[in-house]
Design a protein. Structure first.
Length: 278
Protein backbone atom coordinates (compact mmCIF):
# COMPACT_ATOMS: atom_id res chain seq x y z
CA UNK A 1 0.00 0.00 0.00
CA UNK A 2 1.37 3.40 -0.98
CA UNK A 3 1.66 6.30 1.43
CA UNK A 4 -1.27 8.04 -0.28
CA UNK A 5 -3.44 4.92 -0.06
CA UNK A 6 -2.53 4.41 3.59
CA UNK A 7 -3.42 8.01 4.42
CA UNK A 8 -6.86 7.93 2.82
CA UNK A 9 -7.56 4.50 4.31
CA UNK A 10 -7.85 6.21 7.68
CA UNK A 11 -11.31 7.16 8.87
CA UNK A 12 -10.58 10.86 9.30
CA UNK A 13 -10.75 13.49 6.52
CA UNK A 14 -7.39 14.54 5.11
CA UNK A 15 -5.92 18.05 5.26
CA UNK A 16 -3.67 18.80 2.28
CA UNK A 17 -1.33 21.78 2.52
CA UNK A 18 0.30 23.52 -0.44
CA UNK A 19 3.56 25.41 -0.79
CA UNK A 20 5.74 26.60 -3.65
CA UNK A 21 9.25 25.16 -3.44
CA UNK A 22 11.82 27.90 -2.89
CA UNK A 23 9.35 30.46 -1.54
CA UNK A 24 10.61 32.86 -0.30
CA UNK A 25 14.03 31.19 -0.64
CA UNK A 26 15.32 27.65 -0.69
CA UNK A 27 16.28 27.29 2.97
CA UNK A 28 13.21 29.03 4.38
CA UNK A 29 11.07 26.87 2.11
CA UNK A 30 12.21 23.77 3.99
CA UNK A 31 11.34 25.48 7.27
CA UNK A 32 7.86 26.22 5.89
CA UNK A 33 7.39 22.55 5.00
CA UNK A 34 8.53 21.46 8.47
CA UNK A 35 6.12 23.88 10.13
CA UNK A 36 3.24 22.60 8.01
CA UNK A 37 4.07 19.02 8.97
CA UNK A 38 4.36 19.89 12.65
CA UNK A 39 1.06 21.81 12.56
CA UNK A 40 -0.82 18.78 11.29
CA UNK A 41 -0.80 18.76 7.49
CA UNK A 42 -1.60 15.18 6.40
CA UNK A 43 -0.31 15.47 2.83
CA UNK A 44 1.96 18.12 1.36
CA UNK A 45 1.63 19.43 -2.17
CA UNK A 46 4.84 21.05 -3.39
CA UNK A 47 4.70 23.25 -6.48
CA UNK A 48 7.59 23.45 -8.92
CA UNK A 49 8.14 27.18 -9.60
CA UNK A 50 7.10 28.22 -13.09
CA UNK A 51 7.10 31.50 -14.98
CA UNK A 52 3.55 31.19 -16.32
CA UNK A 53 1.36 29.45 -13.69
CA UNK A 54 -1.93 29.93 -15.54
CA UNK A 55 -4.03 27.91 -13.08
CA UNK A 56 -2.96 29.98 -10.11
CA UNK A 57 -4.40 33.17 -8.70
CA UNK A 58 -2.39 36.25 -7.68
CA UNK A 59 -1.20 35.00 -4.28
CA UNK A 60 0.32 31.78 -5.56
CA UNK A 61 1.52 33.44 -8.76
CA UNK A 62 3.58 35.86 -6.66
CA UNK A 63 5.00 32.88 -4.75
CA UNK A 64 6.23 31.41 -8.05
CA UNK A 65 7.88 34.75 -8.81
CA UNK A 66 9.61 34.87 -5.40
CA UNK A 67 10.88 31.32 -5.79
CA UNK A 68 12.22 31.94 -9.28
CA UNK A 69 13.91 35.17 -8.19
CA UNK A 70 15.58 33.17 -5.44
CA UNK A 71 17.04 30.94 -8.14
CA UNK A 72 14.98 27.83 -7.43
CA UNK A 73 15.44 25.11 -10.05
CA UNK A 74 13.91 21.64 -10.50
CA UNK A 75 17.06 20.24 -8.87
CA UNK A 76 16.32 22.38 -5.83
CA UNK A 77 12.73 21.11 -5.79
CA UNK A 78 13.87 17.49 -5.74
CA UNK A 79 16.36 18.38 -2.99
CA UNK A 80 13.51 19.86 -0.96
CA UNK A 81 11.42 16.74 -1.47
CA UNK A 82 14.32 14.61 -0.22
CA UNK A 83 14.69 16.75 2.91
CA UNK A 84 10.98 16.64 3.67
CA UNK A 85 10.93 12.89 3.10
CA UNK A 86 13.78 12.47 5.58
CA UNK A 87 12.01 14.73 8.09
CA UNK A 88 8.61 13.05 7.76
CA UNK A 89 8.98 9.51 6.35
CA UNK A 90 5.25 8.57 6.39
CA UNK A 91 4.01 11.87 4.92
CA UNK A 92 2.64 11.64 1.35
CA UNK A 93 4.24 14.20 -0.97
CA UNK A 94 2.74 15.34 -4.27
CA UNK A 95 4.47 17.53 -6.85
CA UNK A 96 2.31 20.18 -8.51
CA UNK A 97 3.78 21.20 -11.83
CA UNK A 98 3.20 22.42 -15.37
CA UNK A 99 3.94 20.21 -18.35
CA UNK A 100 6.62 22.42 -19.89
CA UNK A 101 8.85 21.75 -16.88
CA UNK A 102 8.35 17.99 -17.22
CA UNK A 103 8.85 18.06 -21.00
CA UNK A 104 12.06 20.11 -20.86
CA UNK A 105 13.50 17.82 -18.21
CA UNK A 106 12.42 14.71 -20.09
CA UNK A 107 9.25 12.95 -18.99
CA UNK A 108 10.80 9.70 -17.80
CA UNK A 109 13.74 11.50 -16.20
CA UNK A 110 11.39 13.81 -14.29
CA UNK A 111 9.34 10.92 -12.92
CA UNK A 112 12.46 8.91 -12.08
CA UNK A 113 13.99 11.83 -10.17
CA UNK A 114 10.71 12.55 -8.40
CA UNK A 115 10.45 8.94 -7.25
CA UNK A 116 14.09 8.83 -6.15
CA UNK A 117 13.58 11.99 -4.11
CA UNK A 118 10.59 10.49 -2.32
CA UNK A 119 7.55 11.94 -4.12
CA UNK A 120 4.40 9.83 -4.11
CA UNK A 121 2.34 11.60 -6.75
CA UNK A 122 2.49 14.21 -9.49
CA UNK A 123 -0.21 16.58 -10.67
CA UNK A 124 0.51 18.12 -14.07
CA UNK A 125 -2.05 20.85 -13.97
CA UNK A 126 -2.11 21.86 -17.66
CA UNK A 127 -1.77 18.46 -19.35
CA UNK A 128 -4.97 17.38 -21.15
CA UNK A 129 -5.84 13.74 -20.68
CA UNK A 130 -5.67 13.23 -24.47
CA UNK A 131 -1.98 14.20 -24.41
CA UNK A 132 -0.92 12.16 -21.40
CA UNK A 133 0.19 9.10 -23.34
CA UNK A 134 3.90 9.61 -22.61
CA UNK A 135 3.28 10.38 -18.96
CA UNK A 136 1.26 7.29 -18.03
CA UNK A 137 4.00 4.68 -18.65
CA UNK A 138 6.59 6.72 -16.75
CA UNK A 139 4.27 7.14 -13.78
CA UNK A 140 3.60 3.41 -13.71
CA UNK A 141 7.26 2.52 -14.19
CA UNK A 142 8.41 4.64 -11.26
CA UNK A 143 5.49 4.01 -8.91
CA UNK A 144 4.17 7.58 -8.99
CA UNK A 145 0.45 8.29 -8.64
CA UNK A 146 -1.08 10.48 -11.34
CA UNK A 147 -3.31 13.01 -9.59
CA UNK A 148 -5.96 14.45 -11.91
CA UNK A 149 -8.16 17.54 -11.83
CA UNK A 150 -11.93 17.45 -12.25
CA UNK A 151 -13.78 20.76 -12.49
CA UNK A 152 -17.46 21.65 -12.04
CA UNK A 153 -17.57 22.41 -15.77
CA UNK A 154 -16.13 19.04 -16.82
CA UNK A 155 -18.71 17.13 -18.86
CA UNK A 156 -19.67 13.61 -17.70
CA UNK A 157 -18.05 12.12 -20.80
CA UNK A 158 -14.77 13.94 -20.32
CA UNK A 159 -14.85 13.27 -16.59
CA UNK A 160 -14.94 9.55 -17.33
CA UNK A 161 -11.88 9.84 -19.59
CA UNK A 162 -9.95 11.80 -16.97
CA UNK A 163 -10.76 9.36 -14.18
CA UNK A 164 -9.55 6.37 -16.20
CA UNK A 165 -6.01 7.71 -15.98
CA UNK A 166 -6.11 8.66 -12.30
CA UNK A 167 -4.51 7.10 -9.25
CA UNK A 168 -3.86 8.17 -5.67
CA UNK A 169 -6.74 10.60 -5.32
CA UNK A 170 -8.83 12.96 -7.43
CA UNK A 171 -8.42 16.72 -7.05
CA UNK A 172 -11.90 18.25 -7.30
CA UNK A 173 -11.91 21.93 -8.25
CA UNK A 174 -14.66 23.52 -6.19
CA UNK A 175 -15.37 26.44 -8.51
CA UNK A 176 -14.57 28.02 -11.85
CA UNK A 177 -11.47 30.16 -12.26
CA UNK A 178 -8.00 30.10 -10.78
CA UNK A 179 -6.76 29.32 -7.27
CA UNK A 180 -7.32 31.87 -4.55
CA UNK A 181 -9.25 32.64 -1.39
CA UNK A 182 -13.02 33.11 -1.65
CA UNK A 183 -15.73 34.31 0.71
CA UNK A 184 -18.00 31.36 -0.08
CA UNK A 185 -17.84 27.95 -1.68
CA UNK A 186 -20.51 26.99 -4.24
CA UNK A 187 -23.74 25.60 -2.77
CA UNK A 188 -23.74 22.60 -5.12
CA UNK A 189 -20.46 21.17 -3.82
CA UNK A 190 -22.14 18.01 -2.52
CA UNK A 191 -23.61 17.43 -5.97
CA UNK A 192 -20.17 17.58 -7.58
CA UNK A 193 -18.69 15.24 -4.99
CA UNK A 194 -21.57 12.81 -5.43
CA UNK A 195 -21.38 12.84 -9.23
CA UNK A 196 -17.66 12.05 -9.25
CA UNK A 197 -18.06 9.50 -6.45
CA UNK A 198 -20.37 7.50 -8.68
CA UNK A 199 -17.59 7.09 -11.25
CA UNK A 200 -14.52 6.27 -9.17
CA UNK A 201 -13.44 4.49 -6.02
CA UNK A 202 -10.51 6.87 -5.58
CA UNK A 203 -10.58 9.34 -2.66
CA UNK A 204 -11.81 12.84 -3.49
CA UNK A 205 -10.09 15.98 -2.22
CA UNK A 206 -11.57 19.44 -2.81
CA UNK A 207 -9.46 22.54 -3.46
CA UNK A 208 -9.61 26.08 -4.93
CA UNK A 209 -11.11 28.74 -2.71
CA UNK A 210 -10.86 26.88 0.60
CA UNK A 211 -9.55 29.42 3.09
CA UNK A 212 -11.70 29.38 6.25
CA UNK A 213 -12.71 26.81 8.87
CA UNK A 214 -16.31 26.99 7.65
CA UNK A 215 -15.10 26.12 4.14
CA UNK A 216 -13.34 23.06 5.54
CA UNK A 217 -16.55 22.12 7.33
CA UNK A 218 -18.54 22.54 4.10
CA UNK A 219 -16.13 20.30 2.18
CA UNK A 220 -16.38 17.61 4.86
CA UNK A 221 -20.17 17.91 4.94
CA UNK A 222 -20.25 17.49 1.16
CA UNK A 223 -18.72 14.04 1.61
CA UNK A 224 -15.21 14.67 0.32
CA UNK A 225 -12.33 12.65 1.71
CA UNK A 226 -9.97 15.60 1.95
CA UNK A 227 -9.56 19.34 1.64
CA UNK A 228 -6.72 21.19 -0.12
CA UNK A 229 -5.61 24.63 1.08
CA UNK A 230 -3.11 26.72 -0.86
CA UNK A 231 -3.52 30.49 -1.07
CA UNK A 232 -4.46 30.94 2.60
CA UNK A 233 -1.13 29.35 3.59
CA UNK A 234 1.01 30.94 0.90
CA UNK A 235 -0.33 34.36 1.90
CA UNK A 236 1.23 33.93 5.35
CA UNK A 237 4.67 33.65 3.75
CA UNK A 238 4.03 36.73 1.65
CA UNK A 239 2.89 38.79 4.63
CA UNK A 240 5.97 38.09 6.77
CA UNK A 241 9.04 39.18 4.79
CA UNK A 242 12.08 39.18 7.05
CA UNK A 243 10.07 37.81 10.01
CA UNK A 244 10.64 34.09 9.83
CA UNK A 245 9.71 33.41 13.45
CA UNK A 246 6.46 35.31 13.10
CA UNK A 247 5.69 33.57 9.82
CA UNK A 248 6.04 30.12 11.37
CA UNK A 249 3.90 31.10 14.35
CA UNK A 250 1.08 32.42 12.16
CA UNK A 251 1.33 29.49 9.77
CA UNK A 252 0.85 27.04 12.63
CA UNK A 253 -2.11 29.01 13.91
CA UNK A 254 -3.77 29.21 10.49
CA UNK A 255 -3.44 25.47 9.87
CA UNK A 256 -4.83 24.59 13.29
CA UNK A 257 -7.72 27.02 12.83
CA UNK A 258 -8.54 25.56 9.42
CA UNK A 259 -8.39 22.01 10.72
CA UNK A 260 -10.87 22.94 13.44
CA UNK A 261 -13.44 22.93 10.63
CA UNK A 262 -13.30 19.14 10.74
CA UNK A 263 -15.96 18.34 13.33
CA UNK A 264 -15.47 15.23 15.48
CA UNK A 265 -16.76 12.23 13.57
CA UNK A 266 -19.92 10.84 15.20
CA UNK A 267 -19.42 7.43 13.59
CA UNK A 268 -15.70 6.85 12.92
CA UNK A 269 -16.24 3.19 11.98
CA UNK A 270 -18.38 4.04 8.94
CA UNK A 271 -16.47 4.95 5.75
CA UNK A 272 -17.23 8.48 4.61
CA UNK A 273 -18.45 7.40 1.20
CA UNK A 274 -21.03 5.06 2.74
CA UNK A 275 -22.22 7.76 5.13
CA UNK A 276 -22.79 10.25 2.31
CA UNK A 277 -24.29 7.81 -0.17
CA UNK A 278 -26.55 6.28 2.45
Amino acid sequence: MSRIEALFARKNPVFVGFTVAGDPDRETSFGVAKTMVDAGVDLLEIAVPYSDPVADGPVIERAHVRALRAGTTPDDVFALVRRVREYAPPLPLVLFTYYNIVYRRGVDRFFAEAAAAGADGILIVDLPTEESGEVAPSALRHGIDRIVLVAPTTSPERRQKILRGASGFVYLISLEGVTGERDHLPPNLAGLVGAVREKTDLPLAVGFGVSRPEHVAAVAAAGADGVIVGSALVRVIEEHPGDEAGMHEVLRAVIRALKSGFAPDPDPDMPRRERVEG
